[in-house]
Design a protein around this ligand. Structure first.
Ligand code: GAF
Length: 471
């Protein structure tokens, strides 16, 4: 077992123990789903286009126990708790019933679990009984690395397994997308959950969002002395804010004006001059981005990793100028990283905040990070007192003080860096877990597992004894 796998097992074990503290019984199992970084292919998924994300080590774990008959709760009652709480204290708790769930009935983090139950009932004909669930996630919230999709995937994998539904990865991807679109009400595409469900270790996932055919494209960064640096702007963003939906609508309008079913079907020689200027820019981004994904995938297949840098940067320029989903913080990160020697850089994810990524030589990690920090300071952007350094497993989630912090009076804020590189010297880039399943029976109780640095977060805080809301 690799060190990273051991750390995850330790985390899962700790979560199972925590679950028993909270709910008074062992869970049926612990399931895991990773977050993702999108290498390239932005806003192309809901246009039937191409994407190239990779799964990351940061992941959501859920411990689940199906409801047993008893007096304690109604048979369809769900009691859910998360170790993440906005105050950093205690658990965030929620309760709902699996029966008669209507869109929007549950809000907050638990809507991800409720949405999955809703989609399973509505689209897979599954009758989901009540259950207890404890969530622990290391996917940073608000950094554009798909924390909510990771939760949805972990929940659907757990329920698929426990209820013997026999769903395959693609079916689960479609169902979690339905959960997002119909229950939570955000019009997202299918990229994020596919990356979580289908990602492979050491590879990016090339996905054709029209046919849903996928291919694991090798991404041997370490062999080339490279790394992908993820730089969180700390600018909060949400796909329900309107900007995401507006872009989607522009694309729909553009396709209709070009008499195409979707922008994927627009022929190369289409006359874009029939489009109004804004729609023209949106369409131009999608057409160019699809080609860039194909080009990046081709370079990776040919083992020309360094060559993808300029395509990543071209993607950013297009997202900034044509699709207009960047923001000054993202642009600053990209420009500063490039000026400091990154081979390419771009915003990643839906935009309007979140993270940018930079393809860098491993020995440039410190200098690129420092340059980005300095640029943030120069522009007077919000800065944060600590970086979170995610070099799994040993330093996972550990806080690393920014040396510059001491020079400032009061809290110093800055972007969050997440360093991903595969192989020796660096911790794994693309673990690409195909949603590993850990059951309590297979986790074992081995004392020789190294203590997980994440386990600290899983140890039960004093559980508030106030009764669960039940039906
Ligand atoms: C978000 C969405 F969830 C994805 O479906 C995708 O559209 C992405 O933004 C933009 O590429 O992550």
């Amino acid at each position: 077992m690799s060190t990273a796998d051991s750390a995850v097992s330790g985390r899962a074990e700790a979560l199972a123990r925590h679950f028993a503290d909270v709910f008074g019984a062992e869970p049926d199992g612990v399931w895991r789903a990773p977050g993702r970084v999108n290498l390239i292919g932005e806003h192309t998924d809901y246009n039937n286009g191409f994407v190239l994300p990779f799964a990351i080590d940061q992941s959501a774990l859920v411990a689940v126990r199906l409801r047993r008959p008893g007096l304690e709760c109604a048979a369809d009652a769900v009691r859910a708790a998360s170790t993440y709480s906005p105050t950093g204290q205690g658990l965030s708790r929620a309760a709902f019933s699996t029966g008669g769930l209507e869109p929007g009935a549950v809000s907050g983090w638990a809507s991800s679990a409720a949405g999955v139950v809703y989609a399973l009932g509505r689209h897979a004909g599954a009758s989901v009984p009540g259950f207890d669930l404890l969530l622990d996630s290391t996917v940073p919230v608000g950094a554009g690395l798909s924390p909510s999709h990771a939760v949805e995937v972990a929940v659907i994998v757990a329920l698929n397994d426990l209820l013997g539904l026999g769903l395959d990865g693609l079916e689960m991807a479609r169902l979690t997308q339905a959960a997002e679109n119909e229950f939570i009400g955000v019009p997202t595409g299918i990229m994020d959950q596919s990356a979580s469900l289908l990602g492979r270790e050491g590879s990016a996932l090339f996905l054709d969002c029209r046919s849903l055919e996928s291919e694991a494209v090798p991404l041997p960064l370490a062999a080339h002395g490279l790394a992908v640096l993820v730089m969180d702007t700390r600018v909060a963003h949400s796909h329900s804010d309107g900007g995401y939906g507006a872009r989607r609508e522009s694309c729909r309008r553009g396709a209709a004006a070009l008499a195409a079913q979707s922008l994927r079907e627009v022929p190369e020689d289409a006359d874009l001059s029939v489009l109004d200027p804004v729609t023209l820019r949106r369409v131009r981004h999608i057409l160019g981005e699809n080609q860039r994904v194909l080009d990046v995938a081709a370079e990776l297949r040919a083992n020309n990793i360094e060559s993808i840098g300029k395509l990543l940067t071209a993607s950013h320029v297009s997202l900034r100028d044509d699709f207009e989903v960047s923001c000054p913080e993202l642009d600053t990160e990209v420009e500063a990283a490039l000026a400091a020697g990154a081979l390419g850089a771009r915003m990643t994810g839906g935009g309007f905040g979140g993270s940018a990524i930079a393809l860098i030589r491993q020995d440039k990690e410190q200098s690129v990070s420092a340059a980005v920090l300095a640029a943030f300071r120069d522009k007077g952007f919000r800065r944060r007192q600590y970086f979170l350094s995610f070099r799994l497993p040993e330093q996972a989630g550990r806080r690393r003080k920014d040396s510059g912090a001491k020079e400032k009076s009061g809290p110093v804020k800055g972007p969050l860096f997440l360093s991903c590189a595969e192989g020796k010297g660096f911790e794994p880039l693309v673990r690409g877990y195909r949603t590993l399943v850990f059951k309590t029976s297979s986790i074992g109780r081995s004392d020789n597992l190294p203590p997980s640095s994440l386990a600290d977060r899983c140890i039960s805080p004093k559980f508030d004894q106030s009764p669960w809301r039940t039906k």
